[in-house]
Design a protein around this ligand. Structure first.
Ligand code: C2E
Ligand code: MG
Ligand code: MG
Length: 374
């Protein structure tokens, strides 16, 4: 990356400085690991020196600096730490990476075993599933559901997506995982399509940056839609704001292609991270999703309330609908509804549920509403 620095200290010693790895030690460790493995992969290739092939082994030691988690303050201390870790890597049999920081090493070992398990889970049957959390309009009608990946680990029990999705992203497993969730969701849309009571429901699928950036992503979506004979607008893709942080032209062009397919696009977790207001007008999106962090505090924190209110106004001013996620009580729902929020999702209204439970929920909910209206 442009922000990284490579230096040769002398002899066969090199230093690579990686910046902007985030604020959490686990994230920084995983990202450093990814880069270190790329370096290792290139260095095991033979070097052609005057027509004959030469092989070399590489050992990498990693130590964190900057941020809240600084190990050492002095450059010389940092280099000593990296050096110690590097000798440890040599001791582990070369062509490996070792971390000076025990917390980092622990995070890497945990994520390595988790990623091996995740890879196995994707091949095994039944461990990975999808839950659906209904989404409601102002009149409390269900308009659709969000598909949320679930992992039932044989020993760890249920693993939260906030734990395994980042690992899936780092290891590339997000591609088969994401494809699987999309496939399941479209299968479900097709099943709902058979019944007039559920034929208009949409399903929102979360798409991570790495999935979106894959050169064949648009083709993949097109293929899945066609395979299940689903009306494209019923598939809603939840994209994240971090897509807008760079390579804006490519992102815009790809969103445009997805819109041409007819799918619906929503911007998830809006208001957190990178949300450039200037781009909002350019993006071919249909919906903004107010992040649950703001929803949680609309009644207690005036600045979160102001942000949520502004997001609703902003969305409507450029012709987008707004959905609030993480609605946990009636007071929050009421506050948002008063200010024009269009759709609602959260524990107040319904939990994420396995498909059988969602279907049962839809039946009783529709019946109850009919009774109330009668
Ligand atoms: P998200 O897309 O923002 O999903 C909403 C999260 O809020 C879900 O967490 C949901 O269970 C939770 N939630 C729903 N209602 C409430 C509420 O009233 N209060 C609170 N506090 N939370 C609520 P979950 O299922 O743990 O998923 C976490 C994140 O993992 C998702 O955030 C999404 O970014 C990611 N994720 C889940 N499934 C997938 C997937 O198939 N693909 C990708 N790329 N990411 C996924
Ligand atoms: Mg989402
Ligand atoms: Mg969200």
């Amino acid at each position: 990356r442009k922000s990284d620095t490579v230096a040769r200290l002398g002899g066969d010693e090199f230093v690579v400085m990686l910046q902007h790895l985030g604020t959490e030690v686990e994230t920084a460790a995983r990202k450093a690991q990814v880069v270190a493995e790329k370096v290792l992969a290139r260095m095991v290739e033979p070097f052609d020196l005057g027509g004959s092939q030469h092989f070399s082994t590489t050992s990498i030691g990693v130590t964190p600096f900057g941020g809240a988690h600084t190990g050492a303050a002095e450059v010389s201390d940092l280099l000593t730490q990296a050096d110690l870790a590097m000798y440890q890597a040599k001791g582990m049999g070369r062509n490996t990476v070792a971390f000076f920081d025990p917390e980092m090493q622990a995070a890497i070992s945990a994520s390595a075993s988790m990623s091996a398990d995740l890879r196995a889970a994707l091949h095994a049957h039944g461990q990975i599933g999808v839950h659906y959390q209904p989404q409601f309009d102002l009149a409390q009608r269900v308009v659709g559901a969000e598909a949320l990946a679930r992992w039932q680990h044989p020993e760890r029990g249920s693993v939260s997506p906030s734990e395994f999705i980042p690992i899936a992203e780092d290891t590339g497993l997000i591609l088969p995982l994401g494809t699987w969730v999309m496939e399941e969701s479209c299968r479900q849309l097709a099943a709902w399509g058979e019944n007039p009571d559920t034929a208009l429901l949409s399903i929102s699928v979360n798409v991570s940056v790495r999935q979106f950036r894959h050169p064949e992503f648009v083709d993949l979506v097109m293929g899945v839609l066609a395979r299940h004979g689903v009306q494209p607008h019923l598939l809603k893709l939840e994209l994240t704001g971090s897509l807008l942080a760079d390579r804006m032209e490519i992102t815009l062009a790809k969103m445009g292609k997805l819109k041409q397919l007819g799918v619906t696009l929503s911007l998830d977790d809006f208001g957190t991270g990178y949300s450039s207001l200037a781009y909002l007008k350019l993006l071919p999106i249909d919906q903004l999703k107010i992040d649950k962090a703001f929803v949680a505090d609309v009644l207690s924190d005036p600045s979160d309330a102001a942000i949520a209110h502004a997001i609703i106004g902003l969305a409507h001013s450029v012709g987008l609908t707004v959905i609030a996620e993480g609605v946990e009580n009636e007071a929050q729902r009421h506050w948002l509804a008063e200010r024009g929020c269009d759709l609602f999702q959260g524990f107040l209204l319904a939990q994420p549920m396995p498909v059988d439970e969602v279907n049962a929920f839809l039946k009783t909910h529709t019946a109850q509403r009919a009774l109330q209206l009668a």
